[in-house]
Structures are given as structure tokens and as C-alpha cells.
Ligand binder design. Structure first.
Ligand code: ATP
Length: 921
């Protein structure tokens, strides 16, 4: 039974809301929450009803290729039925074509099904949590555990997890677009409203919407399917079927090749009719040629290899939400990265305080409040105000987990330092309850709270020192306050710089007694008295230096974009290797504001090391747009709510799985499960290798098409009356030796030099001149072997061309040789295309075991076709002699050697390189 309010909640005052929902400003008790969960169920939307497996399988038969092939099969069957006497070969061909259709449908179905399962399991990897007050304690819980009466805490960037009535709001602004379609964000209030429905009132928030700015608290009144979102929400059972430019390109190419195949089929038909062959036979033959040349398996193989890429990336902690990202990652030229959490561990430890003109060292590491503060009395007020002006909580060890911080780690670190200085955090907060607040935002770079203390009301403000200093009138020295003179300002600034140069994140803390609660943040944050500075260390992640080096070798420029102090940013950038030059280009938000488009473009055009500091999300957005205008492919990291526009605008928006806001995750195409920069590098490497693998199987597939076609064309033009390779044999090759090795090539691990090359140009097409040259080369070499064995067999029989019939044993042996030559050649071809420039012997001939197994499977099938009497009857084949196999393998080795020679030639010319790191001009 869902919860039904007895009165419209939007019309009630907040105290009445608590009474109605049987809760209080301390939230529900844990026991009561558990009881209500039993009564009302979990906060989840019902699972969608899926289309039946059978229906999903049958829809595979409705795509263009399938329809073309089914028509071809029907025509062949009609030819069989109408012919007198009937030719069993045509019946076999009709079934063989149907076999291709079914095989493709199975691959398509399995691929779609597994893509859907992958998407589901990947989704489950990103936790959906919310902050709730239970027993007066702030807790982070799975959103599914919310129940009516729960008191949720909302902050900018949160996704709202249930329908709630607001009981506290500080600039709380919500975007209702997913629910109402209105795109403008609406400020939310706590006052009762007269509106008829909750949806119309401004004192409620709803599941599926997001908090754009501000903060607040709200009581849950509807969960799961009973929410407004739940009522209108119908989860579709279709897996998202967006196509990336790459898929579109391959699709278009497959269709073009199909058209070409039809044209070739028509030519063969015309030529053979000229030579007086019977119409039905010739027609069926031309149809077989066409069907064999159509690259039916291509789109499915492509999707499978993209899906493998997505799964591999997830294993390397990069969760890709759109296939598009896999493709774009390979051509990324610039990564704009955050600092905290991405390059550093986001484990803040206050190591230095500055107050009264004196530095004070803090000892101890991590969040355990174990350590000392030198001259603790001198920094007591600084830490007191710092703790009051923060939302984080320090949580003691429990369940084998040590001390940890709930909320912002910057704030958590202040709590730890305060505890080390001997302050009682709970007592301190209880003695000075918060009565108003202006939450932190990355444009102001400040946060303020108003408190009722025994000495009267005070505003506590903390934030970026320079922003704070601009709003200060005095500085506390000892117990007295001194006016902020220019000399004092310089002293504070040099203390700030000294800490920042050591890579510390620095926050200033200030205070002001007030009589009334300030109405705006401007009012609250003025005439302040600076209490001091807090410097915290955030060590770089150990894996980042290597990842930065790899990006640089791969020709990818790394631009650090941070809200932090330029000196802090530079120190961290130096530690991880982003900056090596003595004087990198440092652009601050203020500088950026003064730049016009041309000036910004000039800065971005210079190849030196670049740091963007003290910037807001709007600046980030502008830089991304400017880089894109220069033709760069930009990956951008972001975690805050305001980062969403930049994440959407970027070619690859990257959000943080562990610490990012819901809004950022929503706006990004890739989520880093561990927040680490190293995962971006890993994803780029995989993105590049997926693209190259696709190139590999295209080369593999198209070169063998040439080897199938050439002997037929040669026979047609030299006047040999029969075909060197029958249509059924061609289909056997396509089914037996093509599909599995192509898939195995799609799963090839990244080549060792993947990150030694410059990024792929965005304009570069998959069907580049290099790719076409390569498959023409491989196809030509293979064709020489194939034609040689066929005509050698025909010639050595001594029978004149005109005397050959389908039953001549030399002819049967010759076609068997043609087929086997292609199958064996493909085995070596698959090995040859595994590397682009490197010798295959350096990578290891057998280092992709799946490929070896798939290739051997193809050869075994060929052997069965050659030796098993039932298959001999179907394929009109004859047993091959051991010496035949030796010759075929010889041609295969020749193919491998020819390709090795080509690679050796390529290696003599160095790669084009953008990789030279240049200093600032
Ligand atoms: P980074 O690149 O380090 O992740 P950022 O771009 O996320 O930084 P912000 O979080 O916007 O930067 O912080 C900018 C500045 O605002 C910080 O250098 C710090 O001085 C200040 N600041 C950060 N967090 C808070 C907070 N919770 N309260 C007050 N001030 C803060």
C-alpha cells in the first residue's frame, strides 16, 4: 500500500508536514525507517517488461541485408523448382544463403543481448546514493532505501531520488526539465502554497529532477512508482540503438560494396551469357557471386568489437555510456583535467595553519585525529570558525573501516585539524547552531554560515584566500583585530603564496558579528575579519605520473583546469609531470575574463605547458569551445553541477564515479569509477586500439573478397568454361573461415606502440587510402596463390579447357584447391594484419590464442569438406594430397613474408610526430 497523505502537503506549514509524516527535524529513527520500508516497499521504479527473446530474434530478419539475402535465396529456390531436370546444387545454394541469414541473425541477436546486459551491469557499478538524516545523524544511503518520512539533505549537483516537501532551503534551485519539460531552473521555497497539486507548487521537489544550486532539506512523501516521475515513466525495453559516425561509415561502406557486388554479378552474368552458358545456371551462379561478395557480417562484427572495447574499458575503471566515446577517445588531442581527486588522491590533511602572522605546523596524516598542532591556542578561533562553516562529518572507525569523512574532504580535513587542536566538534556545533547559510559555489569560491552563539550572532566565511581577502576589513592578530592595511594584505598574500608553492590547497577563514541574518551572500560576505589560513596537503596519485608521460608520448596535450591557487596548481602539476618547463603559461579566471576570442586563441595556439587556475565552470566551457574551434578533440573532466555544460560540450565529457555529482555523471559520456587520470589514459589507449582493430578486420575481410573474386574473373576472361570456385564454396568460406577470425581480430589487445603515435586525425576516415592499399596488396598476393594452384591443377591434367565439365575429377580437385588456398591464405592473412608496422614475430605469432583457434577451426572445416564424402557431395570437392597442403601453406608463408617486408619498409619512415614537447615561446 503506498503512503497517502491526509492533507495536501504543499499547503501545510513545515511543522505540520513533520506531524503529518510522523517525522521530525532529526529524521526517522533507524527502526521506524526499517518498519516503513517493510510497509511501503523500496524506492525503485518497476522493471520494464521486456520484449520476448523470440520476438527480438525475429526482428533481426527485417534489416536490409537480411531481406536482400532472403530474396536471393527465394530466387535460387525458384530456379531449382522451375528447372527441368532439377539441379540439387541450386537447392543447396538456396539453403546456404539462408544459412548466412540465420548466422547473421544469431550474431546480431547475441550482440544486442550482451550489449544490453553489459549496459545493465555497468549501470549497477555507479552507486545511486543520497544523504539522509536518521536518528539526527547524517548518513549516505542507497537511494532505493528511502521511505516516506525520511529527511533528505539536498546539495547542488544531486539528483532528487524521491518526491519530497521542502522544509529548509538555502538558494535551493531545481531543474524540473525531465519531469515538466521546462528547461529553466526554478528557485524552491519552504512556505506553504495554495496550489492544488504538489507539482505546481514551489515547495516540493520530485524524483528524476536535479538540484542546480543551493542546498536544503526535504521530507520524502512519495517513493518508487507512486512518484510523479514513476507515474509518467515507462522504461522502454529497447536497448539504445544510437549509431556512431563510425558505425554509419561502415554501414554506408557495406552498402556500397553490396552495390558493387551486384554490379560485378551483373557483369559476370553478361559475360557468361555471351559465352553461351544456360540462362538459369548463369543467373544462379551470378547470384552466388553477389551474395558471397556482400559483406553481410560487417555491421555485426563492428558492433561486437565496439562492445568488447566498452567491456575492456570498464575493467580499466572507465565506464563508457555511449559507444561514440570509444571512437572519439582514439582521436583525443587535448585532455582538460581537474586537479583534486583526478591527479591527486583527494585525501586532504591539514599540515600548516597561519594565524596572527605566525605559521603553525600540524602533525599526523590521514583522517585519524591523531597528531599535534603547534601553539594550538593561537589557532583555536580559526579552526572553530572553519568547523562551523562546513557540512562534512568526521566518522569514527566502524566495521573494519578507519576514520573517514562524510562529505567534502577539504572540510573534513579542517575537522581533523580541529580535533588535533583539542576542540570538541560536537560540543562546538551544539553551542553555535547554524541558522542560515550561503553554500559554496565555484564562482564565488566562498561559503558562509550564520550561527547563534552565546556571544551573539556571527557569520563564518571560508574560501579561496584572495577572494576572501577582497571582502575583509580587518585581520585578527592574537585577541585583537587590526585594520587590513596594504602591508598586512601583502603579509597574508605572501603567507598564502608560500603555502601554495609547496602544493598546499589553501583556504582562508573569516568572521563577522551581525545582529540580523544577512539576506544575501554579498551582505554576509563583507566587512569580514580574517582569522587565518589553513593549508592542506593532497598527495598526487601514484599512478598519475606514468599516465601523464604516456599521454605526452601519445601526442595528447594535458591542460590542468582548476579552481585552485596558481602556485598550488603549478606545484601539483610539476609533481605529476604535467609541467616541466621553468615558467609554464598560467592563465587565471580574471585574466581569461579580460581576453577576447583572438587573445584566447593565441594562448591556446602556443604549444607550451598551460595551466588554467582560479577558473569557474563558465571559463572551462569557454576554453573547451575555443579548443574545439581550433580543431582539437577535447576530453574534459568535471565533477560539479556547474560542469555539466562543459561536459556536454566536450567531445568526451568525463565525470567522476566516486566523488562526482549526479548531474555531472548524467552529462558525461564516460564515468571514471576510480576518479583517476590514469583511467583516462587507459581508455584512450583502448579507444585507439578498438579503432585499429576495426581497421584490421576490414582489411582481413576485404582482402579475402579479392582473393575470391580474382580467380572467377580470370576464368571468365581466359575463357575457362567453369568457375574456379562455386557459390556454395564461397559461402562455406564466408561462414567457416571469415566470421570467427574477424571477431578475434576485433578483440586484439592494444599494440605496444599504441601510445607512441600521434592522435588520429578527426578527418581521417576508416577507409583511408592506407587501408585500401593494404587490402589490395594482401588480396593481390593471395590471389596469385589462389589462381596459381587452380590453373596449375587444370593445366597439369592435360585436358583442353573446352572439355572440362562439372564432373571432371581434375576440375573438382582444382576447385577444392582454390577453396583451400583461400582458407589457408586467410589463416596467414589474419596473422599478418594483427600489426600495422611492427613485425608480427615481435608481438608473438601465437599471442592471440583466440585467433589461432578460430583459424584452425576454419582449416579443419576445409579438411572436412575435402575428405568427408557427404560434404564432398554437397561442395563438389575432392580429397587433397598431403603435398597440396604443403604448397598451400607455402603460399601462406609467402603472404606473411610479403606483408613483413611491407611493414619493414614502413618502419624505415618514422611516424609523423606532434610529440616533441616544446617550452613556452
Ligand atoms: P580542483 O581542481 O582542485 O578540483 P576545483 O576546480 O574543484 O579544484 P573548487 O572546488 O571550485 O576548485 O575550489 C576552488 C577554491 O575554492 C579552492 O581552491 C578553495 O580555496 C575554495 N574551496 C574549495 N572547497 C571549498 C569549501 N568547501 N568551502 C569553501 N571554500 C572552498
Amino acid at each position: 500500500m503506498p503512503y497517502e497523505p491526509t492533507a495536501p502537503l504543499q499547503q501545510l506549514r513545515t511543522d505540520a508536514v513533520f506531524a503529518e509524516l510522523g517525522t521530525s527535524p532529526r529524521g526517522l529513527s533507524t527502526a521506524e525507517a526499517a518498519r516503513r520500508q517493510q510497509q511501503y516497499g523500496t524506492n525503485e521504479l518497476p522493471h520494464p517488461r521486456r520484449k520476448g527473446l523470440w520476438r527480438r530474434f525475429t526482428t533481426q530478419f527485417t534489416d536490409l541485408f537480411a531481406l536482400v539475402l532472403i530474396t536471393a535465396s527465394a530466387l535460387t529456390f525458384a530456379a531449382y523448382a522451375l528447372q527441368d531436370p532439377r539441379d540439387v546444387g541450386n537447392l543447396q545454394l538456396a539453403f546456404a544463403i539462408l544459412g548466412v541469414v540465420v548466422l547473421n541473425a544469431v550474431i546480431g541477436f547475441v550482440q544486442e543481448y550482451s550489449a544490453e546486459r553489459t549496459a545493465q551491469s555497468l549501470q549497477a557499478m555507479v552507486p545511486h546514493t543520497c544523504r539522509v538524516l536518521r536518528d539526527g545523524e547524517r548518513q549516505e544511503l542507497p537511494s532505493a532505501s528511502l521511505t516516506p518520512g525520511d529527511l533528505v539533505v539536498l546539495e547542488a549537483g544531486d539528483a532528487v531520488s524521491a518526491d519530497c516537501r521542502i522544509i529548509e532551503a538555502h538558494g535551493l534551485t531545481v531543474n524540473n526539465a525531465p519531469l515538466t519539460g521546462e528547461s529553466s531552473a526554478v528557485r524552491r521555497v519552504t512556505e506553504p502554497s495554495e496550489t492544488r497539486t504538489a507539482l505546481e507548487s514551489r515547495n516540493c521537489v520530485f524524483m528524476g529532477t536535479t538540484v542546480v544550486a543551493g542546498s536544503g532539506k526535504a521530507v520524502v512523501f512519495a517513493i518508487g512508482a507512486t512518484t510523479e516521475f514513476g507515474k509518467i515513466f515507462r522504461l522502454t525495453d529497447e536497448a539504445p540503438r544510437q549509431q556512431t559516425p563510425l558505425q554509419r561509415e561502415v554501414g554506408a561502406m557495406a552498402r556500397r560494396v553490396a552495390a558493387l557486388a551486384v554490379a560485378i554479378g551483373a557483369c559476370v552474368l553478361a559475360v557468361r551469357l555471351q559465352t553461351g552458358q544456360p540462362l538459369v545456371d548463369t543467373f544462379v551462379f551470378a547470384l552466388g557471386v553477389m551474395v558471397a561478395l556482400v559483406p553481410e557480417g560487417l555491421p555485426a562484427t563492428l558492433s561486437v568489437s565496439l562492445a568488447i572495447g566498452v567491456r575492456r574499458m570498464a575493467r580499466r575503471q572507465a565506464l563508457v555510456k555511449q559507444l561514440l566515446a570509444v571512437e572519439a577517445l582514439g582521436s583525443t588531442t587535448v585532455v582538460c583535467t581537474d586537479k583534486t581527486g583526478t591527479l591527486t588522491r583527494a585525501e586532504m590533511t591539514v599540515t600548516q595553519l597561519w594565524s596572527g602572522g605566525e605559521p603553525h605546523a600540524v602533525s599526523g596524516v590521514g583522517y585519524a585525529p591523531v597528531g599535534t598542532v603547534s601553539d594550538a591556542d593561537a589557532v583555536r578561533d580559526l579552526l572553530w570558525a572553519g568547523v562551523l562553516c562546513s557540512d562534512a562529518r568526521l566518522v569514527p572507525p566502524a566495521d573494519h573501516v578507519g576514520w573517514r569523512v562524510l562529505g567534502d574532504t577539504t572540510e573534513g580535513a579542517i575537522h581533523v585539524a580541529a580535533a588535533k587542536a583539542g576542540l570538541d566538534l560536537d560540543a562546538l556545533r551544539n553551542a553555535a547552531p547554524r541558522i542560515a547559510e550561503f553554500p559554496f559555489d565555484s564562482v564565488r569560491k566562498l561559503m558562509s554560515t550564520v550561527h547563534e552563539t552565546p556571544e551573539g550572532r556571527v557569520v563564518c566565511v571560508k574560501g579561496a584566500p584572495q577572494e576572501l581577502l577582497a571582502r575583509c576589513a580587518g585581520v585578527r592578530t592574537g585577541t585583537a583585530s587590526r585594520p587590513l592595511t596594504e602591508a598586512l594584505r601583502a603579509t597574508v598574500t605572501s603567507a598564502d603564496d608560500a603555502m601554495a608553492t609547496r602544493g598546499l590547497r589553501v583556504l582562508g577563514v573569516a568572521l563577522r558579528p551581525v545582529s540580523a541574518i544577512p539576506g544575501t551572500s554579498e551582505e554576509a560576505e563583507s566587512h569580514l575579519t580574517l582569522l587565518g589560513l589553513i593549508g592542506m596537503l593532497d598527495p598526487p596519485r601514484p599512478e598519475v605520473s606514468d599516465a601523464v608521460g604516456a599521454c605526452q608520448r601519445a601526442g595528447i596535450r594535458i591542460v590542468m583546469v582548476t579552481g585552485d591557487h596558481p602556485l598550488t596548481a603549478e606545484a601539483v602539476a610539476r609533481r605529476v609531470g604535467i609541467v616541466t618547463h621553468p615558467s609554464p603559461t598560467v592563465i587565471t579566471g580574471t585574466l581569461l575574463d579580460g581576453m577576447d576570442t583572438a587573445a584566447l586563441d593565441a594562448v591556446l595556439a602556443s604549444p607550451g605547458e598551460l595551466l588554467l587556475c582560479r577558473v569557474s565552470p563558465e571559463h572551462k566551457m569557454r576554453v573547451v569551445a575555443a579548443l574545439q574551434a581550433r580543431g582539437e578533440v577535447v576530453a574534459v573532466t568535471g565533477d560539479g553541477a556547474n560542469d555539466a555544460p562543459a561536459l556536454k560540450r566536450a567531445d568526451i565529457g568525463v565525470s567522476m564515479g566516486a566523488t562526482g555529482t549526479d548531474v555531472a555523471r548524467e552529462a558525461s559520456v564516460m564515468v571514471l569509477l576510480d576518479d583517476s587520470f590514469a583511467s583516462i589514459t587507459a581508455a584512450v589507449e583502448l579507444g585507439r586500439s578498438v579503432y585499429r582493430n576495426i581497421g584490421r578486420f576490414l582489411t582481413y575481410l576485404f582482402s579475402h573478397n579479392i582473393a575470391e573474386l580474382t580467380p572467377i574473373l580470370v576464368a571468365t576472361f581466359v575463357g575457362f568454361p567453369l568457375v574456379p570456385l562455386t557459390a556454395v564454396q564461397i559461402l562455406a568460406i564466408d561462414l567457416g573461415s571469415d566470421v570467427l577470425p574477424a571477431l578475434a581480430l576485433g578483440a586484439e589487445p592494444p599494440e605496444a606502440d599504441t601510445m607512441e603515435r600521434p592522435p588520429r586525425s578527426r578527418r581521417e576516415r576508416l577507409f583511408s587510402a592506407a587501408l585500401v592499399r593494404r587490402f589490395l596488396f594482401l588480396g593481390a598476393v593471395q590471389s596469385i596463390g589462389v589462381c596459381a594452384v587452380f590453373f596449375w591443377q587444370v593445366r597439369s591434367s592435360g585436358i583442353p579447357f573446352a572439355d572440362f565439365t562439372a564432373d571432371t575429377s581434375a576440375y573438382r580437385k582444382a576447385t577444392t584447391l582454390t577453396q583451400a588456398a583461400i582458407v589457408v591464405g586467410q589463416f596467414f592473412n589474419a596473422l599478418a594484419v594483427r600489426t600495422d608496422r611492427q613485425s608480427i614475430f615481435r608481438v608473438g605469432l601465437f599471442s592471440n590464442p583466440r585467433l589461432i583457434v578460430a583459424g584452425c577451426g576454419g582449416v579443419a572445416l576445409m579438411a572436412a569438406i575435402s575428405y568427408a564424402p557427404p560434404l564432398q557431395a554437397v561442395f563438389h570437392t575432392a580429397p587433397l594430397a598431403p603435398v597440396d597442403w604443403v604448397v598451400l601453406v607455402g603460399f601462406g608463408v609467402l603472404l606473411l613474408c610479403a606483408e613483413e617486408a611491407r611493414k619493414w619498409w614502413l618502419r624505415r619512415t618514422p611516424l609523423p610526430s606532434k610529440l616533441k614537447k616544446e617550452g613556452r615561446p
